[in-house]
Design a protein around this ligand. Structure first.
Ligand SMILES: NC(=O)c1ccc[n+]([C@@H]2O[C@H](COP(=O)([O-])OP(=O)(O)OC[C@H]3O[C@@H](n4cnc5c(N)ncnc54)[C@H](O)[C@@H]3O)[C@@H](O)[C@H]2O)c1
Length: 327
């Protein structure tokens, strides 16, 4: 299945890699960035690429700490030493960390080299690989250096999901549940089933994000809907220093909080509290306990969405009907 709605194609596949190879044929050389986990677990993919193309591979350490200026410099230095040119292509073959870092490298090296995203976690398939946000962290916080840079192609292959742990998989489902809540009731119904077609679920989640990003690419209005659950979610992550709780788990608590807050403000239909709690439990997204919400209030006030006119908080009226409320 191919989604054509953005300036670049998003290909979803569970079959062969031919569409990716076709795209790579447009370039002289292929510069790949990945991490050690993906490189070891999916070595066959790298070997096949090496056989077919003039490929140079840079492997980084897995984990958020690699989204740093230091790793950025190492990758740039390595690719420049290999005489990378503007008619080459950079491929991010990994989760969101690889995608964000590599995207930032591609956006800045030689003032911009074509980028192909090959996401390997469920979270990166439905979220970070599309929407064009690329960047790295600094000691002051996450994603503080970065920009908007479109890939030329996104290739999503279900094969990669087979090696993900259940917890990593559920981490991705949190963003899919969010997409359903802000944009697609039919997706929410699919997620309630014990068995669903992953391609269908991923494509529906992508369509929600694509529609929003198309309306507001630079996050002035509608794109803020994608932050549903993130106000408390980010606060939890900051408070725990990004340890012990995954992003999807943190935003799941955040989504439940946003529902409760919405009910309190007479915005959200009260029946949603049980519905949402139930689905989050189903995907084991509330298993890590959090502290009382008051503990996170300082962080919430510092949230990025805080503007001169108050904190912009995303609520939903009902499934698929998001609204921004000024707190
Ligand atoms: N750019 C955006 O719009 C956007 C959106 C959401 C999140 N993000 C960023 O994405 C990052 C999180 O992404 P993530 O959750 O994919 O994390 P990640 O890239 O750290 O991957 C999680 C773990 O899974 C491993 N892994 C990756 N693919 C695997 C596979 N197929 N099998 C087994 N293990 C595999 C990784 O090595 C890592 O240990 C954060 O830095 C976040 O800020 C960006």
């Amino acid at each position: 299945m191919t989604l054509h709605d953005l300036n670049y194609d998003i290909q979803l596949s569970k079959g062969d890699f031919l569409p990716l190879y076709e795209k790579l044929r447009e370039y002289s050389r292929v510069f790949v960035v990945s991490d050690t986990h993906v490189y070891d677990l999916h070595n066959d993919v790298f070997m096949r690429l090496k056989k077919k193309f003039d490929v140079y591979i840079h492997i980084i350490q897995p984990g958020e700490t690699s989204k740093s200026l230091e790793t950025y410099e190492k990758v740039c230095d390595d690719f420049l030493s290999q005489h990378i040119k503007r008619d080459d292509v950079i491929v991010a073959l990994g989760g969101g960390v690889v995608g964000d870092l590599t995207g930032f490298v591609a956006s800045t090296l030689l003032r911009g080299i074509d980028l192909i995203q090959v996401p390997t976690t469920l979270l990166s398939m439905v979220d970070s690989s599309i929407g064009s946000k690329v960047g790295i962290n600094t000691k002051q916080g996450k994603n503080l250096i970065g920009q908007f840079y479109e890939p030329t192609y996104v290739f999503i292959h279900l094969k990669f999901l087979t090696t993900l742990s259940k917890r990593e998989l559920n981490n991705g489902y949190a963003e899919i549940i969010k997409a359903a809540l802000i944009g697609d009731k039919t997706l929410f119904e699919l997620l309630k089933l014990n068995d669903h077609d992953r391609i269908e679920v991923i494509s529906k989640a992508l369509k929600v994000k694509i529609d929003i990003v198309k309306k507001d690419p630079f996050e002035n209005n509608e794109r803020m809907f994608l932050n549903f659950g993130h106000t408390l979610g980010h606060a939890i992550e900051k408070h725990t220093n990004y340890k012990g709780i995954k992003h999807g788990e943190a935003i799941s608590h955040g989504m439940l909080y946003a529902i409760e807050k919405g009910i309190e403000l007479n915005i959200t239909s009260p029946y949603l509290k049980d519905e949402v709690r139930h689905i989050l439990h189903k995907y084991q997204l509330l298993d890590v306990n959090i502290e009382d919400v008051s503990v996170y209030e300082t962080y919430m006030r510092m949230d990025k969405k805080q503007r001169k006119d108050g904190l912009r908080f995303v609520c939903i009226k009902d499934i698929g009907i998001p609204v921004i409320h000024r707190l």
